[in-house]
Design a protein around this ligand. Sequence first.
Ligand code: ADP
Ligand code: MG
Ligand code: MG
Length: 206
Amino acid sequence: TMGCSGTDVASAVRAMATVVAAHRDELVELDRAIGDGDHGENLKRGFEAVVSALDSSEVDTPTAVLKLVAKTLISKVGGASGPLLGTAFLRAATSLEEVDGASVAAALRAALDGVVARGKAEVGDKTMVDALRPAVDAAEAVKDKSVAEVLAAAATAAEAGAESTIPLVARKGRASYLGERSAGHLDPGARSTSLLLRSLVDSAAA
Ligand code: ADP
Ligand code: MG
Ligand code: MG
């Protein structure tokens, strides 16, 4: 399971990088429909930079690993998603003292709060928040259970939340420039958020 070591967290982050690379084209296609078509490439490059940073550093606690991930995403990812996801990792880092169900739920809450503080989006605006807020609520509802169960609840809720963006008209980010024409498409950032959370479930089970 995803224990308390920095190595375990680094492995989970490396798995995220693999998932992002595998879904690069899908995320590009989603962003082509309602944005500028770079979301998959932004995340792929960002996570490649994260893997390089992990390779060349000796970070050894979960907090240090997550801070390195945050710093790298914020500095290396062009586009709205880099600073938003970077902030999510940074806030998760500073709240994660030990890895159990309750602290993972708290870290997800902190990540969401950071994304909202930075991007000012709420549920219904057709952004990553539509995946992340229901994920956090679901995680908190089962926070007394295992890390694996907390993450599974979060990922399942994020997937439903991402799907819920399809009919929405975007009110934040580039897609909002399309107005009504943004309806009928899955939001790329909500999709990538659900992929990242599902990846964590798989890491916790490994
Ligand atoms: P850009 O739009 O700058 O090209 P990306 O394509 O990498 O950046 O990321 C787009 C995603 O970022 C959107 O699909 C949406 O989920 C998310 N996003 C954009 N603006 C916001 C915001 N203010 N709050 C939360 N998420 C946002
Ligand atoms: Mg884009
Ligand atoms: Mg862009």
